[in-house]
Design a binder for this molecule. Structure first.
Ligand code: GLP
Length: 267
């Protein structure tokens, strides 16, 4: 696990976008796992800029989103489908057939089958090469709130009240946030070949420290990333402020830079 500490949100966004761009240039048909929330918005802005100014080509890229609220149509402005088109897809040359986002309109009776299909699609493309993640205030990744099985696959999850509260502003109040979401499981996420988790702002400092520097527990779902062989945590100064080992993480990056040691980030 590498921890990259950036000066601020802008630098974090640029770093993440550069990692993704590098992966796409190395593997034009990259299978890219994508996240929503405020944190990746800056990364998407940088990617759009790279597409416009440097011709970063998304025509062969396949994307899988982590999650979607259950009961929302793709046209609903609060849906993650809408979010992704607004912030990224409509600004780049992605083939709409290569965009996969869980469908929030699937009736409850069909969800199990639908989730298996979603997992199968990921496998059909050879698995996710690079998964982008944020971290929720509860320590969730995707919508895997505390108590989620660390081996879970794509399924319907009942959201915690804390998560409904966190995402309340997107709906005009926590009580208006849907009770359930379809989310990739923690097991699904852990199968991604490489992972980048973004954390920004002082509100994430405590949960990030718990996830990275305390024992792995299903009560802090992001802590499972300690078990992933190829993960980068990119945190800005504020989010990193409670990391006890932050000076060590900085030193690791300094030494790596000095000796010119950088792995290829797509296997
Ligand atoms: C939502 C998403 C998560 C995301 C989290 C953090 O709950 N389901 O994938 O990581 O929000 O959001 P933010 O980046 O706005 O803090």
């Amino acid at each position: 696990m590498r921890v990259i500490i950036t000066e601020n949100f802008k630098a974090l966004s640029l770093y993440a976008a550069q990692q993704i761009a590098m992966a796409i240039r190395r593997k034009p048909n990259l299978v890219l796992g994508l996240a929503t929330g405020r944190t990746p918005i800056g990364t998407y802005e940088e990617l759009v800029k790279m597409h416009r100014e440097e011709g970063l080509d998304f025509s062969k890229v396949v994307t899988f989103n982590l999650d979607e609220y259950h009961g929302l149509k793709p046209t609903d402005p609060s849906s993650y489908n809408y979010f992704m088109w607004e912030h990224l897809f409509k600004h780049i040359n992605i083939n709409p057939e290569n965009v996969y986002i869980p469908d929030g309109t699937i009736p409850v009776t069909g969800i199990r089958e639908y989730c298996l299909w979603y997992e199968n699609r990921i496998n059909f493309f050879g698995g996710i090469d690079l998964q982008l993640l944020g971290i929720g205030n509860t320590g969730h990744i995707g919508f895997n709130d505390p108590g989620s099985s660390l081996a879970s696959d794509t399924r319907l999850k009942v959201l915690s009240l804390k998560t409904k509260k966190q995402n309340g502003p997107d709906f005009g109040g926590a009580d208006k946030v849907p009770d359930c979401a379809i989310t990739m499981g923690i097991g699904t996420i852990m199968q991604a070949k490489t992972i980048i988790l973004l954390a920004s702002g002082s509100k994430k400092a405590r949960i990030l420290a718990r996830a990275l520097e305390e024992p792995v527990t299903s009560l802090v779902p992001a802590s499972i990333l300690q078990m992933h062989p190829w993960v980068k945590i990119v945190a800005d100064e504020e989010a990193a402020s409670k990391l006890r080992w932050k000076n060590h993480y900085r030193r690791v990056e300094e030494v790596r830079k000095r000796i010119g040691y950088e792995e290829v980030y797509v296997k």
